[in-house]
Design a protein around this ligand. Structure first.
Ligand SMILES: Cc1cc2nc3c(=O)[nH]c(=O)nc-3n(C[C@H](O)[C@H](O)[C@H](O)COP(=O)(O)OP(=O)(O)OC[C@H]3O[C@@H](n4cnc5c(N)ncnc54)[C@H](O)[C@@H]3O)c2cc1C
Length: 340
């Protein structure tokens, strides 16, 4: 447990008091690696608890995987189920609160998961208050089943900007610098938190981390108000649309093992065509941009600590297709242990 004990500059960890200037230079209490949604949220929880936090990141928030997300609350492509459900529950609550605040980029949005064959709701959908089967009139042509619900939806460029501002308002510092090795960080801060997403594959190194490439298209919104997720396509394809006011995010791909971060024209064309089949208003939609993100795929989220040369190294990565949804739950768990 690490805490300032009410006095800045005095940190205790597992009973050891580390006074300002004692071995760590006391430049910071915590060094967080990564400025995607996991790193920023972890940084906020620790900085708002009174710790001095620096985030060190190879890329600024607006160039991370996180910015490519749709991004609706949902617990897909991630494990282990029991812990994910608890982190997800915390995330749902936190994001719903942010949806009630102006300027966060989060809102409560209604939408549908649909299929051409009978589908059951996911287990985690039990957490949603208004889940119900779709009315036939709510199903596009060719679709025969679906579920309608309301969940938090984040416009990621705005949400990441909000998170960065909130972190800096809490006294946090963000440095754009790549970290070559975790071992080299020993002695720089009593606590290091590794939120490097797919970068953990090389940084840890952790060969169980695999990129799950997601390409999306940003188009002018022709008036679509509800999000739609089509459950039918086989990987690497998935078809979905998430309206964000004047723009709409169209997806997408789930391409496991692919590290390529360049958008591909033929993929974008197929994405738009797939979405236009569901909603004809998207035919000929004005294309405004393309994004690619590498989901940090891993059999299970890695949320655990290990010793690092007299300090402690926390890992918080491997959130697969649910990092936005899990970020507050994971960050709160780490902050609770570190701060008591
Ligand atoms: C197309 C798409 C749609 C998605 N939709 C959803 C959704 O609807 N809902 C949902 O919950 N999730 C969704 N996800 C998943 C979600 O985006 C990810 O799980 C989440 O963004 C992971 O966040 P992260 O902060 O862990 O990693 P990242 O956002 O990848 O951030 C990693 C950070 O670590 C830094 N870093 C890496 N290596 C180093 C290093 N060596 N030195 C310094 N810094 C380093 C990077 O620069 C970056 O700042 C989607 C993902 C994609 C791609």
């Amino acid at each position: 447990m690490l805490g300032t004990g009410g006095r800045r500059g005095v940190v205790s960890w597992d009973g050891i008091e580390l006074l300002a200037g004692s071995g760590y230079g006391r430049l910071m209490d915590v060094l967080v690696i990564g400025a995607g949604v996991s790193g920023l949220t972890t940084g906020i929880c620790l900085a708002e608890a009174g710790l001095s936090v620096t985030i060190r990141t190879a890329a600024p928030p607006e160039q991370t995987t996180s910015v490519a997300a749709g991004a609706v609350w949902g617990l897909v492509r991630v494990g282990p189920p029991a812990r994910v459900l608890e982190w997800g529950r915390a995330g749902l609550e936190a994001l719903a609160k942010l949806a009630a605040e102006p300027g966060t980029g989060v809102r409560m949005a209604s939408g549908r998961e649909i299929s051409r064959t009978p589908i059951e709701p996911h287990d985690w959908m039990d957490l949603l208050a208004d889940l119900r089967p779709c009315e036939p009139s709510e199903l596009p042509g060719g679709f025969t089943d679906g579920w309608h619900y309301t969940a938090p939806l984040a416009t990621m460029p705005v949400y990441l900007g909000y998170l960065r501002d909130r972190f800096e308002r809490a006294g946090g510092t963000l440095e754009i610098t790549s970290v070559g090795s975790l071992a080299a960080l020993a002695g720089q801060a009593p606590v290091v938190v590794n939120c490097s997403g797919a970068g953990a594959h090389d940084l840890v190194p952790d060969p169980t981390v695999v990129p799950v490439r997601g390409q999306v298209v940003i188009a002018a919104n022709p008036g679509i108000e509800e999000f739609v997720i089509d459950r039918d396509p086989e990987p690497p394809w998935i078809t979905y649309m998430f309206p964000h006011g004047d723009t709409i995010l169209l997806g997408g791909t789930n391409d496991e093992g692919n590290w390529d971060q360049e958008p591909k024209r033929h993929i974008a064309e197929r994405i738009v065509a797939g979405c236009a089949q569901i909603d004809a208003r998207l035919r000929g939609a004005e294309i405004l941009g393309h994004r690619v993100g590498l989901r940090p795929g891993r059999p299970e989220v890695r949320l655990e600590s290990e010793p690092l040369d007299g300090g402690v190294l926390w890992h918080n990565y491997g959130h697969g297709g649910a990092g936005i949804s899990l970020s507050w739950g994971c960050a709160a768990e780490i902050a609770a242990v570190i701060c008591g």
